[in-house]
Design a protein around this ligand. Structure first.
Ligand code: 5GP
Ligand code: MN
Length: 331
């Protein structure tokens, strides 16, 4: 995918100045939203509110949000399903590596601002603020708010903090930069209660998700002499544990902890409306030496070097065999 004609990179100051001049905006994030996507869209919406800008937030899909994130403000205001008409609103896409990620191919926005931290983002907007060195999209948003002196309070800060704490694996992953810590310190100074966020996000796990996690460990397969760990969650696993699709967020973090594992994969089976089998695959590279976004690209997916995902159209055993081959070819 190529960028829009005349599109260019823009500075945080330019984007902030544009936000101040908006009348109406349409905000969008990727399907199966995580803490960074939801934190970004809600934070941006709250900023717009403070600026007196009318906003609509859109999240593709109709599945419930991950339970650990449902306490975030304004989630009930978000539009689900089909992308609304942009009309004269400026479109802001957040945390979207491509237009396909929010179902926006062929979108008719008059002006499009692309804020993201995925290295494979093709700069599809008119204004592009893409920083692959940023831990999270909320960190980039925080930079915009600070650079342009935009509204930032404890409520907005809490949403931004959720993005950084989840995308950095609680400040443990390799994207935990000094800037991520500085942002967190700034947000704490604003009154963000980090323990309260921890309680919501990490100590509020539905028992069905705990059971799903157990299934993920039970179903674990160690391939390539233990360098590739694959866990499959079947439709039956979801049914029997009572888990919803959104309950898989973070499940892969258990799989990646196993000694010797270089690539961790969580494979979720799902049935398309037409009944054909389909797999949602999440990948993690533990030591960063195998680029999992490169593997994900094989099937039209994407992501970061150390965290990526894709959809595989086919049966589970075929999907795992193909994944094993791709990992083996990159060792
Ligand atoms: P997760 O495994 O947590 O769903 O996603 C890990 C990373 O890969 C995230 O940065 C996410 O945006 C990206 N990602 C996951 N699935 C896809 C996909 O189908 N396409 C693209 N382009 N990126 C994906
Ligand atoms: Mn992100």
């Amino acid at each position: 995918m190529t960028g829009r004609a005349g599109g260019r990179r823009a500075t945080p100051q330019e984007i902030g100045a544009r936000m101040k001049g908006e009348r109406r905006v349409l905000l969008a994030v990727h399907e199966n939203p995580d803490g960074d996507a939801l934190g970004s869209i809600v934070a941006a919406g709250l900023v717009m509110e403070q600026l007196g800008v009318a906003w609509t937030g859109f999240v593709p899909g109709r599945e419930p949000f991950p339970p650990e994130l449902t306490w975030l403000p304004r989630l009930g205001d978000l539009v689900r399903g089909e992308l609304p008409e942009a009309g004269d609103a400026t479109l802001y896409t957040l945390d979207c590596a491509s237009a396909a990620r929010f179902g926006g191919e062929g979108v008719g926005a008059q002006f499009w601002v692309n804020i993201d931290h995925h290295p494979d983002n093709p700069l599809y907007g008119d204004f592009n603020l893409v920083d692959a060195g940023a831990s999270s999209t909320t960190q980039i948003l925080h930079g915009v708010l600070r650079a342009a002196d935009l509204p930032l309070n404890a409520e907005i800060g809490t949403c931004l903090y959720v993005g950084v704490v989840t995308d950095t694996g609680r400040f443990q992953f390799s994207n935990t930069t000094p800037q991520a810590h500085r942002m967190a310190a700034d947000l704490q100074d604003l009154g963000v209660d980090v323990h309260e966020v921890y309680r919501h996000v990490y100590e509020n796990v539905p028992i069905a998700k705990v059971r799903l996690n157990r299934r993920a460990f039970e179903n674990l397969r160690l391939l390539l002499d233990g360098r590739l760990a694959v866990s499959v969650l079947s439709v039956k696993d979801f049914r029997e544990t009572g888990a919803e699709p959104g309950y898989t967020e973070g499940v892969i973090d258990g799989i990646r902890t196993i000694a010797g594992v270089r690539v961790a994969a969580l494979v979720r089976e799902r049935l398309t409306p037409t009944g054909t089998p389909e797999l949602r695959v999440s990948l993690r590279s533990t030591d960063g030496k195998i680029d999992v976004s490169d593997i994900a690209h094989t099937w039209g997916g994407g992501g970061h070097v150390r965290a990526a995902g894709y959809t595989f159209h086919g049966r589970t055993e075929e999907g795992i065999a193909q994944l094993e081959r791709e990992v083996a070819a990159r060792q």
